[in-house]
Design a protein around this ligand. Structure first.
Ligand code: 13P
Ligand code: SF4
Length: 297
């Protein structure tokens, strides 16, 4: 099936993009694998007219908004990130009324409708850098409250306002499991994704995006306690099979696991799953996405 997919994909000039959380066999056939920021940026540089996105909806949606002329097909159009919906436009409007000097910052894990009401977009790999660069004093970060509380600790000069959204996968990590692993493997470095709760991040030696965590493992050391979705193992073992990785909880993002080789082959053969964004919303949502790309160079 992998060979058939690669053949079809070449014939049809399709690029396949995948996130680190999808199954290893899907990462294996993808042309580009990365974190949310890398995927959004890479898509803007591709010449292919068709992109197949193995990830979740907001990833494909961001790519479509940044590349309106390209056809974006989701491997599974129902692979959605629940956190992307954990903020309302009313709440954003309320905050804008409350504060004069306010920037509304949306995590890329948000819907296009929400992005349309925000000033700038961030991902876990550039959040602190971007928030530091904003001129506004008050910063409302949506939808992820955990990421926002992490930024609050890093950027002391701003009034970071938290929303109550969370990732239902990273929020599941149990403090006692991390402590147990730390006692069991005292030499292991603890690497965590900023979508984890503050009490978990307090125990981490490194906090960063999926690509940041992978880079940290490859930098040196033998043992790591990894606190993010298990799909990240594939890339690490591909590059460094001898590393010892310990996962605090079996974190599985069910939405990411909806991406399969069978579905990719079907789309290549029959088409379908094309992602569309309303023109007006896309025009407004492009502003925060473009600003993110500009500010991160
Ligand atoms: P990254 O941008 O770090 O890959 O994170 C995306 C995500 O959805 C994590 O849950
Ligand atoms: Fe969304 Fe969490 Fe899955 Fe990431 S891991 S896509 S934030 S549900």
């Amino acid at each position: 099936m992998k060979n058939r997919i690669k053949k079809l994909q070449k014939e049809k000039d399709v690029a396949i993009l995948a996130h680190y959380y999808v199954d290893g066999e899907v990462q294996e056939i993808a042309d580009y694998v990365g974190d949310s920021f890398y995927l959004a940026k890479t898509a803007t540089k591709l010449n292919n007219k068709i992109i197949i996105m193995a990830g979740v909806y907001f990833m494909g949606e961001s790519i479509k908004i940044l590349n309106p002329k390209k056809t974006i097909q989701m491997v599974d159009i129902y692979a959605d990130c629940p956190m992307a919906h954990m903020i309302t436009i009313e709440k954003i409007k309320e905050m804008r009324k409350k504060y004069n000097d306010l920037a509304v910052v949306c995590y890329i894990n948000s819907t296009a409708e929400i992005k349309a009401y925000c000033d700038i977009c961030i991902t876990s790999s550039n959040a602190v850098e971007i928030v530091n660069k904003l001129k506004e004093k008050n910063i409302f970060i949506v939808p992820d409250g955990n990421l926002a509380s992490y930024i609050k600790k890093q950027v002391k000069s701003k009034n970071i306002i938290l929303n109550e959204g969370y990732c239902c996968v990273h929020n599941l990590v149990h403090l006692e499991n991390v402590i147990k692993l730390k006692n069991q493997y005292p030499n292991a470095k603890v690497l965590a994704h900023p979508e984890c709760k503050e009490e978990i991040l307090n125990l981490a030696d490194y906090v960063g995006s999926t690509s940041g965590i992978i880079a940290e493992v490859l930098k040196g050391g033998d043992e790591f306690i990894i606190i993010t979705e298990k799909g990240i193992r594939y890339k690490i073992y591909e590059k460094a099979p001898n590393k010892k990785l310990y996962f605090a909880d079996a974190l599985i993002c069910k939405s990411m696991k909806k991406n399969t080789l069978e579905k990719i082959e079907k789309i290549l053969l029959e088409g379908g799953n094309e992602l569309k964004v309303d023109d007006e919303i896309a025009k407004k949502a492009l502003v925060p996405l473009k600003r993110m790309l500009e500010l991160t160079g």
